[in-house]
Design a protein around this ligand. Structure first.
Ligand code: PBG
Length: 327
């Protein structure tokens, strides 16, 4: 016989567990939550079954569930009552995210709050920065507003700043802004590798942030490009980012692997809204086994090199893990 017997290591559950290379733990998960400024609302997002727009009183119940399930990191997205051309709602002291952050830190001090630092949910035109007369997003003029947003989020108690608007120089600007305000110890998790993706569709329904005109291709990356991701990575590392997000995740596993191989910072996969919606839709139709498909997707991101995963499935995964089938 002159072939290898690979099946030796697959002979029983205990054997397979012993040689398993990749695993998922609750500590790897970051749970995104949509917080709406209106009162007493729990509004299910039609394209994201199981995910809601929550007003602050309902957020309290959601945080309790998440905390009790074992989640120790949440990320808030805000839906403000008022929007204007420069996204003021993103950086005011009593903005919806600032209030949600204070509430969460008060109720669960040991649960990390990640702040998505962007303007698109707060601008009336839905773009991620200030516009010039031709509808182009202004880079340098937008940076001070992002800095203000990050500082106000840190003041409210955010543990990690996650800038996502894809302006050049945003990591450097936010780092100096945080340092000047005394927040040397607040890390930046950069969404510097963010593709202009159709997979964000359901998020834009949830966050009410679809651009009124045009698209985000002038600042988010072209899905066809791989080397460009390495250039984004290089600048963000040079500018002082502490962790790097790749977004979306499942169609970009090659990019996650590239970031892992070309940097030493923790790598984060953002399992985005469209990925959630597709899986949920198939599961609700009875076409796939939801638990097994979700866990396989999570493992694929970890195997590609992600250290942690931002996912709308976070609570479900905690429940799967509690059943003990994955240890
Ligand atoms: C804010 C932001 C977006 C997402 C995360 N932060 C939307 C966008 O860029 O259009 C998308 C997340 C998801 O689809 O789950 N800029």
């Amino acid at each position: 016989m002159n072939f290898d017997r690979h099946r030796r290591l697959r002979s029983s559950a205990a054997m397979r567990n012993l040689v398993r290379e990749t695993s998922i733990a609750k500590k790897d998960l970051i749970y995104p939550i949509f917080v709406i400024e209106k009162d007493d609302i729990k509004n299910e997002i039609s394209s994201m079954p199981g995910i809601y727009q929550l007003s602050l009183n309902k957020l309290q119940e959601e945080l309790k569930e998440a905390y009790e399930a074992g989640i120790r990191a949440v990320m808030f997205f805000g839906i403000p009552n008022e929007k204007d051309e420069c996204g003021t709602g993103a950086f005011i002291d009593d903005g919806i995210i600032q209030r949600a952050t204070r509430l969460s830190k008060e109720l669960y001090p040991d649960m990390l709050v990640l702040a998505d630092t962007c303007l698109c949910e707060y601008t009336d035109h839905g773009h991620c920065g200030l516009l010039d007369d031709h509808g182009h997003v202004l880079n340098d003029e937008t940076l001070p507003l992002l800095v203000k947003t990050a500082v106000s989020q840190a003041k409210a108690g955010a543990d990690i700043i996650a800038p996502s608007n894809m302006m050049d120089g945003f990591v450097q600007a936010i780092r100096s802004g945080l340092d000047e305000a005394g927040f040397h110890n607040i890390p930046i998790m950069s969404y510097g590798i963010k593709y202009a993706s159709a997979f964000y569709g359901p998020f834009r329904d949830a966050a009410e942030s679809t651009p009124g005109q045009g698209d985000r291709k002038g600042y988010q990356m072209d899905p066809a490009n791989r080397l460009e991701a390495m250039r984004e990575l290089e600048s963000d590392l040079a500018e002082g980012c502490d962790m790097m997000i790749v977004k979306p995740a499942l169609s970009y596993l090659d990019i996650i692997r590239d970031v892992r191989n070309n940097s030493n910072v923790p790598v984060v996969a953002y399992n985005v809204s469209g990925e959630y919606a597709m899986t949920k839709a198939a599961a609700l139709n009875g076409w796939i086994d939801e638990e097994r498909v979700v866990m396989e997707q999570m493992i694929s991101m970890k195997r590609a090199g992600a250290d942690m995963i931002i996912t709308y499935f976070a609570k479900d995964i905690c429940n799967y893990l509690d059943k003990g089938a994955y240890s």
